[in-house]
Design a protein around this ligand. Structure first.
Ligand SMILES: Nc1ncnc2c1ncn2[C@@H]1O[C@H](COP(=O)(O)OP(=O)(O)OP(=O)(O)O)[C@@H](O)[C@H]1O
Ligand SMILES: [Mg+2]
Length: 482
């Protein structure tokens, strides 16, 4: 499936027609080029995955094509076809960037082997490109925890991993839902195939469909080349639909079809593509409630919720806070080169007392900061944990007001300095400051603010519009997976 469009550049008609026939049998789109010029004109118009190129052509040398391809943004793989079978010329082609070479006359088998190699290579490159897009550097893979609820979770993961069942992972923000999804994939028979995740909340709404299902070249402004969607990339493996509650009704119905039929069409495309993927979804909202409110399709909910898994909040995991804290301390001491002696007794008490509204992610951040702030070789003291203030310190202002807490005590984020301003202005400042504190990472900011990323995005857009700073790129903001 990774190879779809192929050019056959060959001047000898019989050889060309034979090869084309074979490629058609493999259901490939083939462009026929008897001359170098013709092949180049195809490459200028469209994206191709593979070119079979003869060396000697009436209007030039097939190796010229290699050089041209090297300069392209999305170069196709090139398989050279040499008649003379001279080792030197083949070696030279490979050195100039050919993917493979075959000698004429060739057999069907030779072509099939070459196609298979090219398919596997292309797929690997694409999956890799996708994986490099995200920053998973802080993601340890092991799910740590000795509490009864975490042991139960471990058993559940082992059981569902063996099946093909669609899994819905629910839990508060930062509890480790993504980690659970990765564990399910790793322990499943699909572990050798890709694990691809889509953060449904972080992809701009107008791009969700193309992100899921891919698009054909020119299907919308900005679709400069053909692109496979995440479902296709995950073929054979597992797809994680992260924060599934955030997708629009239109995408919900398209997703339902993929789950029912296991087939899809790319945006702007008319070819039906079959995919074999295991689906795992996460949500930190009560989806059943979204269904009741008419925000989420019931039929899709049932399709996704075949096996529900609940990840408990950290405050309900007896004993795990200290275990996790010590683990993170070692990890960050290594990462930042800050050797610390351990956690002081007072710090341990602080950690146990805190209620961790941001769950494991919050604990991880607190420890990372403490490791950086601590003096070399010393114990981490409660000051550097920064948990002295009441635990609602990190909550949004609106919550504090609702709870009728004195604002200055509960939210020491300069709210007391705020002149008398409209509520909306206060909200705007708070949102922007939060965003700044997490280096612009919207996923994190939305987590801290307890709002969905879509809400955050809409607010930011509003602010830019009111300031008249809407830019062309606004519709296509980058996907910020955390
Ligand atoms: N049991 C655990 N052991 C070790 N690390 C953990 C554990 N649970 C979570 N983490 C770490 O905490 C961070 C948050 O986890 P993760 O992203 O899986 O949470 P989440 O539930 O998906 O959060 P969100 O709802 O905000 O997307 C990650 O860096 C993860 O590695
Ligand atoms: Mg997550």
């Amino acid at each position: 499936m990774a190879i779809e469009k192929v050019i056959v550049l060959e001047d000898e008609m019989v050889v060309r027609k034979n090869l084309i026939q074979l490629l058609h049998r493999k259901r490939l789109d083939v462009a026929e080029a008897p001359t170098l010029e013709k092949a180049i004109s195809y490459l200028e118009k469209d994206d191709f995955d593979l070119v079979f190129a003869d060396v000697r052509l009436p209007d030039g040398d097939g190796r010229e094509l290699l050089t041209r391809c090297q300069a392209m943004a999305n170069p196709p793989l090139v398989v050279m076809m040499t008649s003379y079978g001279s080792v030197e010329s083949a070696v030279e082609c490979m050195r100039n960037g050919a993917f493979d070479y075959i000698t004429k006359p060739f057999s069907t088998d030779q072509i099939e082997v070459s196609l298979k190699k090219a398919g596997e290579f292309t797929r690997l490159v694409r999956v890799n490109q996708h994986l490099n897009d995200g920053d998973h550097s802080d993601m340890g893979y092991e799910i740590l925890g000795e509490s009864a609820s975490m042991k139960k979770l471990g058993d559940m993961i082992r059981k569902v991993s063996r099946t093909e069942a669609t899994v819905m992972i629910q839990g508060e923000s930062g509890t480790g839902k993504e980690l659970v999804a990765r564990a399910i994939h790793r322990q499943s028979p699909r572990s050798q195939d890709p694990f691809i995740s889509v953060n449904c909340a972080a992809v701009p709404e107008n791009l969700v469909e193309s992100e899921f299902f891919g698009h054909e070249k020119g299907s919308f402004t900005g679709a400069a080349s053909r692109r496979e969607g995440r479902f296709e990339l995950a073929h054979g493996g597992t797809i994680l639909l992260d924060e599934i509650s955030e997708i629009s009704p239109v995408v919900q119905s398209k997703l339902l079809r993929v789950l029912q039929e296991r087939e899809l069409e790319r945006v702007g495309g008319n070819r039906t593509i079959r995919v074999n993927v295991r689906v795992v979804a996460t949500t930190n909202r009560d989806l059943a409630q979204s269904v009741e409110k008419g925000e989420f399709r019931q039929d899709l909910y049932f399709r996704l919720n075949v096996v529900p898994i609940f990840v408990p909040p950290l405050r309900e995991r007896e004993g795990d806070v200290v275990l996790l804290a010590e683990h993170f301390m070692k990890r960050y001491a290594r990462k930042h080169g800050c050797p610390v002696a351990g956690l002081s007794e007072a710090s341990l008490q602080e950690l146990k007392r805190h209620t961790w509204p941001g769950n494991v992610r919050e604990l991880q951040n607190v420890i990372e900061r403490a490791v950086i702030l601590s003096s070399e070789g010393e114990l981490i003291d409660p000051d550097s944990l920064g948990l002295i203030a009441p635990s609602h310190e990190r909550r949004p202002v609106s919550v504090a007001v609702q709870d009728e807490m004195p604002v200055a005590e509960s939210a020491p984020m300069q709210v007391e300095d705020a002149p008398l301003v409209p509520l909306a202005e206060l909200e705007k400042r708070h949102i922007l400051r939060t965003l700044e504190s997490v280096d612009g990472n919207r996923t994190k900011a939305a987590g801290i603010l307890s709002i969905s990323i879509r809400t955050l995005r809409n607010k930011l857009k509003e602010y830019r519009e009111s300031e008249g700073t809407v830019e062309e790129g606004d519709a296509a903001e980058p996907v910020a997976d955390d």
